[in-house]
Write a protein that binds this ligand. Sequence first.
Ligand SMILES: Cc1cc2nc3c(=O)[nH]c(=O)nc-3n(C[C@H](O)[C@H](O)[C@H](O)COP(=O)(O)OP(=O)(O)OC[C@H]3O[C@@H](n4cnc5c(N)ncnc54)[C@H](O)[C@@H]3O)c2cc1C
Length: 400
Amino acid sequence: MRFDYSKEDEEFRREVRQFFREHAPADISRKWRVGAHPPARDDIRRWQRILYERGWGAPHWPVEHGGTGWSALRKHIFMEELYNADAMDYGWQSTQMVAPVIIAFGSDWQRERFLGPILRGDEFWCQGFSEPNAGSDLAGLKTTAVLDGDEYIINGQKIWTSDATIADWGFFLVKTDTTVKPQRGISFLLVKMDTPGITVRPIVSIEGGKGLNEVFLENVRVPKAHLVGEAGMGWTYAKYLLEKERTASAFLYFNKRELQRAKDIAAQELVDGVRLIDTPAFARKVADIEADLMALEWSVLRILAEEKSERNLDAVVSALKISGSEMQQRVTQLQMDALGPRVMRFDDHGEGHGDLVVDESWPDYVGGRTSGYLIARASTIYGGAREVQKNIIAKLAFGL
Ligand SMILES: Cc1cc2nc3c(=O)[nH]c(=O)nc-3n(C[C@H](O)[C@H](O)[C@H](O)COP(=O)(O)OP(=O)(O)OC[C@H]3O[C@@H](n4cnc5c(N)ncnc54)[C@H](O)[C@@H]3O)c2cc1C
């Protein structure tokens, strides 16, 4: 496969780079770089609004709903530059998860009501799928929604719901029929997070972040008009949502950015007067990761080149998820190796901001690295655990 950027693509890259340089708010980028999690609601809104005003609020949406109509390659360039600029990449539960489902399966009223506020950054969403006994096996979920006149009444509990404390809305998988096969009885409901009966309880994660939550739902009344598509089809919509961004699971842009950051750190750290990056042991580690990351990038580009193909790529996407999530752990480990004993100085200052505030005498690049390393341990779990991805590969690629 040959792969070249055209002159127009290079020009596009310059335009995007300049835009981020001039318009990405420095305060938000700094917090994003050091991994403050979850980001402040106002920061998410402010940055989404800026992107929206430039016409780039949701590049991958269909043009008629406010998308850009860019080729897959341009979206790739956009994401590379977004990460190179340390500009915030957040709000994907809204723009990349729930919105494509509403566009594909929602009612006209839902498209009218929900897409504009997402695009403008006025409303932000969380994803309520996992439950205490239903994570990898979502068919086992127990939260129910019973129709009562024009409303559903929801009872149950969700867990690991990222950003539930700052989200305006949540998209929930609920059981609307317990008499049919598990997958057939699941529906996809849009729920306002301040509806009476919803209690959100944060779970503090290892790096001190307060982005994860338990969500309790007790007699929560939701208008029937908030059901997406047909009752009982939630499983199909959820699969569509998870398949929509086939290459996102590779975390390519994060991995490239963080590898570069590890190299930048190692170029400034000295060992006996020698730059760490020039020492053979460290250079070998970098080379190992760099080669694998290059392979990951080419795999992503090959999938992007098949943008319009109907070929079933599920096994490939699972392979990308495995390598991409392991790569997150490797690049953040490399940063730890580069920083040495300073990674032990980890203090979340009770703010859920990881190591946002570090020793003032240390270089700025120390900030956020330890919390980034710690939260990356979760990358092989969320979005489909590694073992489950291996099962998919075994079945689809090898027929086992
Ligand atoms: C940081 C983070 C953010 C998250 N954000 C969200 C969110 O916003 N919304 C949401 O709904 N969920 C979210 N989740 C939940 C996530 O989707 C689940 O953790 C994930 O699907 C795994 O489910 P589980 O935790 O129930 O583990 P389980 O499914 O109980 O798995 C436990 C272990 O068993 C293994 N296992 C499970 N089934 C099999 C099998 N068939 N064969 C072999 N091994 C198996 C798994 O690989 C894992 O190692 C988040 C999780 C994390 C860690």
